[in-house]
Ligand binder design. Structure first.
Ligand SMILES: Nc1nc2c(ncn2[C@@H]2O[C@H](COP(=O)(O)OP(=O)(O)OP(=O)(O)O)[C@@H](O)[C@H]2O)c(=O)[nH]1
Length: 449
């Protein structure tokens, strides 16, 4: 075939006309078959020996080979065996043509991998029909292979993790993204069970859903998307969105799509934490303190344990700002906050900036005497910071005045009572000369005792 002929071999769609390699040592047979094949619109290549057929097949990759069996030197059976042994030619369908139509010849032909066997003398219409049928089979199997290849590429390159799960919870397949998310090598997850990855309650919920679907596929619906905690191979937990969709092939299967939301979760957690912290001093803010106090108040109501509130106000802070500037005032508040926070040691203690230059500490399960001791330690700590306050009329250093109040909350009491008592005590400390503590004990609705 010359260049013009080979250009003409491509149809208007750019797809090549099917190419047929005809192998026969009889020139008449070759010519007659070639004429038929050309009439059918096929490209044709001819070979008059087994050796020549092998060379041509490797060069032109025909879509089908029509192969005579009885030929000198290398016969058709041997040529077929060699074609099937070579990776480049092994998938090319071979149709034998022979006058040897004994059952053992036909069987031997099929055993060698031929797709068909036509008896000689040839009936050309039959040859054409058989060639057409084989080309159709080959085209549809190529389409299936292409589709499978396309799907494989998508599944292997997608950023989302994909799992195929059987109704028993056994994992049948995972894609590379899924393996990577969960820290496994390729194929290590196949054969494991979802219970190996999920918390037992969540795994059971999925197994129930699988069982319901397997029992009645017609009513199956997508399980939708939900947030799940999955066990990473290294033992850590990762937060993922899992979307499950049923699919029925030979057995009920479930496609799981995994989307890593750990980063999203981390920033959500960071936002939540930020909402609880005072931006200047980095200790708890008022909102966090109020909800913490509410919880401890409820707990103390149940246990009958004392609850102590320590309220601190920086002395003459307006003068400090006015003399040293607002920026120095900010740094001073940060240092005072740092000192205060070191005294909230237990999980049930909390130090917070309550607003401006006012700080609070809550000490749960702490009576007035113990709280007063803690308050005195804080007062001394702040004074020991030796933060110069040149304009203060009461001390050369930054000091704090502290009110301490202790309550034994009862059912109808409100937290407000404790605040009012601590506030009053703090003002008494101011009035008495600042840099000191005043303590009081409330009993809720019955007021200060
Ligand atoms: N630098 C700074 N100053 C603040 C901040 N919040 C409140 N203040 C200042 O703190 C000062 C509080 O002053 P006052 O409530 O009058 O009381 P004081 O000067 O501390 O005097 P006494 O409480 O009576 O000892 C005000 O000048 C506020 O502007 C802050 O975040 N940074």
């Amino acid at each position: 075939m010359n260049l013009r002929e080979s250009a003409a071999a491509f149809g208007p769609t750019g797809l090549r006309d099917p190419a047929i390699l005809i192998v026969d040592d009889a020139p008449d047979n070759l010519a007659a078959l070639r004429t038929q094949m050309v009439e059918q619109g096929y490209q044709t290549f001819v070979a008059n020996s087994g050796e020549r057929a092998l060379q041509l097949a490797q060069r032109v990759h025909p879509d089908l080979i029509l192969m005579d069996i009885v030929m000198p030197d290398m016969d058709g059976f041997e040529a077929c065996r060699l074609l099937k042994a070579h990776p480049v030619t092994q998938r090319i369908p071979v149709i034998f043509m022979s006058a040897r139509t004994e059952a053992e010849d036909v069987v031997a032909g099929f055993d060698l991998g031929a797709v068909d066997y036509i008896g000689k003398p040839l009936r050309m219409a039959e040859v054409c029909a058989r060639v057409r049928a084989q080309l159709q089979i080959r085209a549809s199997s190529e389409t299936q292979q292409e589709q499978a290849e396309r799907l494989r590429t998508i599944v292997n390159s997608m950023a989302e993790g994909l799992l195929i799960i059987e109704a028993s919870g056994r994992i049948q397949f995972t894609n590379p993204a899924c393996d990577q998310y969960l820290g496994y090598q390729a194929d290590q997850l196949s054969g494991r069970y979802i219970g190996d990855l999920l918390n037992p309650l969540v795994a059971q919920e999925y197994l129930d859903y699988f069982a319901r679907h397997a029992a009645n596929p017609a009513t199956a619906h997508s399980h939708g998307t939900r947030e799940v905690i999955i066990r990473h191979r290294n033992g850590n937990s990762v937060c993922m969105d899992l979307t499950l969709t049923p699919m029925f092939l030979r057995q009920p299967l479930f496609i799981g799509l995994l989307h890593d939301i750990t980063h999203h979760k981390l920033s959500e957690d960071a936002l939540q934490r930020a909402a609880m912290v005072d931006p200047l001093t980095k200790i708890a803010n008022r909102r966090h303190f109020d909800s913490f106090l509410e919880k401890e108040w409820q707990r103390a109501t149940r246990t009958g344990a004392p609850l102590s509130l320590v309220l601190l106000d920086v002395d003459h802070f307006k003068l400090y700002n006015d003399s040293l500037g607002h920026a120095a005032g900010d740094i001073c508040l940060q240092q005072v906050a740092g000192a205060i926070a070191t005294h909230a040691l237990r999980g049930t203690d909390l130090a917070a900036r309550y607003g401006g230059e006012e700080f609070v500490l809550l000490f749960a399960e702490t009576d007035l005497e113990a709280a007063t001791g803690l308050a005195e330690a804080i007062r001394a700590h702040v004074e020991a910071l030796r933060l110069p306050h040149p304009k203060s009329p009461t001390s050369p250093w930054i000091t704090v005045s502290i009110g301490v109040a202790t309550a034994y909350p009862q059912q109808l009491d409100i937290t407000e009572t404790l605040f009012v008592a601590a506030d009053r005590a703090m003002y008494s400390a101011k009035e008495d000369g600042r840099n000191q503590i005043c303590a009081t004990r409330t009993s809720g609705a019955s007021g200060v005792r």
